[in-house]
Design a protein. Structure first.
Length: 211
């Protein structure tokens, strides 16, 4: 089994592209390969308020971007190039992600971690849902091995939020500087908005025996 460690932030458009491209590459180019995907949290906006940050304001104040469409164009185009629908104008807010990451981390022992991470990311970008809301997370997690009561409890647990913040600090300490960040078989790493070919090449390199 190929181990894949995947460092992402749920509200990052390039992480949406990376998650779906990874699945597409594995499905289409490595159909016989068994892959174990381990998710690790990265917090890009650790202090975002519960109500979220209005994305046009965030782009203007943090990056000097006055036209959100100009910031959206490239990730939207990359998503379309791989056959995915991504309209970044649907989601108007960047929400805190500690609760969502906590449920994703808890899903590891249930064998549904990657599927749940993709589902939460899709809920945020495609359905424009508030993935800081425990009820929203419970609705999504109910299809991936959790009861709604379990998911609500995890999402609202401040101890688990602190754990996520520590795990995110560990990600930074491990050298993760941009997301998505992929590590294949603990030895081949790539990051950022990589193409399907680049992801496939990294997997090929990881599958080669040590010389």
């Amino acid at each position: 089994m190929l181990r894949i460690d995947l460092y992402t932030e749920i509200t990052c458009p390039w992480c949406f592209v990376g998650l779906h491209r990874l699945d597409k590459v594995l499905r289409e180019r490595f159909p016989e390969l068994l892959a174990g995907i381990h998710h690790h949290p990265v917090l890009l906006l650790p202090d975002a308020p519960a109500a979220g940050l209005f994305i046009p304001d965030l782009l203007r104040t943090r990056y000097g971007v006055t036209d959100p469409k100009s910031a959206f164009a490239r990730p939207e185009a990359e998503a379309r190039a791989s056959g995915f629908d991504l309209d970044l104008g649907r989601q108007r807010y960047a929400y805190p992600t500690q609760a969502a990451h906590a449920i994703i981390l808890a899903a590891r022992e249930r064998g549904t971690q990657h599927q749940l991470a993709v589902a939460i990311t899709d809920a945020y970008f495609l359905a424009a849902r508030n993935i800081a809301d425990a009820e929203v997370l419970a609705d999504v997690a109910a299809a991936y091995g959790f009861s709604k009561d379990e998911a609500r409890a995890i999402a609202r647990d401040p101890t688990r939020h602190k754990w996520i913040e520590q795990e995110a600090a560990n990600s930074t300490a491990a050298g993760v500087r941009s997301v998505p960040h992929f590590v294949f078989e603990n030895r081949v790493a790539i990051n950022g908005g990589r193409s399907e070919d680049e992801i496939a090449t990294a997997i090929d390199n990881a599958l080669r025996p040590f010389s």
